[in-house]
Design a protein around this ligand. Structure first.
Ligand code: ZN
Length: 323
């Protein structure tokens, strides 16, 4: 995956190499609770692959006393192992009390970093923690809030290092187009955070402020129901079981017909520039998709021409967003 260009001429002293970063589930869970003490009283963290449960004694007691709650959590852990994915759930104890769970499993395919598993794992862990921190949200807003938290934490964790986090919104875009489901369409929010990463000083935020700002970004940049429906309709012709050159061809047709200022053009261009800015190939769910036709140069120049008409503040004008 291509990394974005260095962002300034005075980079901070080189941080430890990204390849040295290790994901430690227990340490991550301990830190999440230390950062956000309010979640300690009702949150259980589970490393599904290792059946490792971490929670305060009172949370374990609540689970011991409630067979249904325990069974519900164990069922989620089994599903996480089977599907190789992670979850955050709300488990009702009675009409008033509930527990929150972070059930972590390394994903089958990466989302927060295309090649570095440890960085992808901490992104997944932060996303699920983001859900625990925003129990008042649901639907697409809830996924945007969780991704906003994960991406701001990513920026804080890897401050000054050029990571491949732009892959996240590229992949969220492509997954939306393929499935036609808007529940995890977080591109608008994630891109805005990445565009602001230099000016917003995310690194100096306290943990409480981090959670708060993540909610703000999601609230301001999650498209409303009508925009989501419109996008879903616009890309109906590109829905597909798998991603291949033909899918990209259909996305190109839809995108080049759309107004440059529209959501449709933004997302379509975001999807297409992934491979087009990367030697006409990109890795998606473990498979390299190559764009072989001679026509792609024409598509790229048509996209570039339309993008040139957009204001400089538009995400498509921002070089740090390329995957
Ligand atoms: Zn989620």
């Amino acid at each position: 995956m291509k990394r974005s260009a260095p962002r300034d001429n005075n980079p901070k002293p080189a941080p430890a190499a990204l390849s040295d970063f290790r994901f430690d589930f227990r340490a991550a869970a301990r830190k999440a609770v230390k950062d956000h003490p309010e979640i300690k009283k009702n949150t259980v963290f589970v490393d599904a692959a290792n059946d490792d449960y971490i929670a305060a004694p009172r949370v374990f007691e609540a689970l011991e006393d409630d067979d249904d709650a325990r069974e519900e959590l164990e069922q989620t852990v089994r599903t996480a192992k089977r599907l190789k994915t992670s979850f955050s759930d709300t488990i009702a104890l009675d009409s008033k009390r509930y527990l929150k769970s972070v059930v972590f499993h390394q994903d089958r395919h990466p989302l927060y970093d295309a090649t570095n598993r440890a960085i992808d794992n901490i992104g997944t862990f932060d996303h699920e923690t983001g859900h625990v921190l925003s129990p008042e949200t649901d639907g697409t807003l809830s996924e945007n809030t969780a991704d906003a938290y994960a991406v701001i934490r990513h920026v804080q964790r890897f401050d000054g290092t050029d990571t491949g986090i732009g892959y996240t919104s590229w992949k969220r875009t492509v997954q939306f187009i393929l499935a036609g489901k808007t529940s995890h369409l977080t591109t608008f929010t994630v891109d805005k955070i990445l565009m602001d990463r230099e000016s917003a000083d995310f690194v100096s935020l306290t943990p409480a402020a981090t959670a708060k700002i993540a909610k703000e970004y999601a609230r301001l940049h999650t498209p409303d129901e009508e925009r989501l429906k419109k996008l879903s309709r616009a890309f109906r012709g590109a829905r597909d079981k798998k991603l291949n050159e033909e899918t990209f061809r259909r996305i190109a047709g839809i995108t080049l017909r759309a107004e440059a200022t529209s959501d449709t053009f933004y997302l379509g261009a975001r999807a297409l520039l992934g491979p087009l800015e990367n030697g006409n190939k990109i890795v998606y769910n473990g498979k390299t998709v190559s764009l072989k036709s001679d026509d792609w140069a024409r598509v790229k120049s048509a996209l570039t021409q339309k993008i040139s008409t957009l204001p400089d503040s538009h995400p498509l004008k921002n070089p740090c967003l390329q995957p």
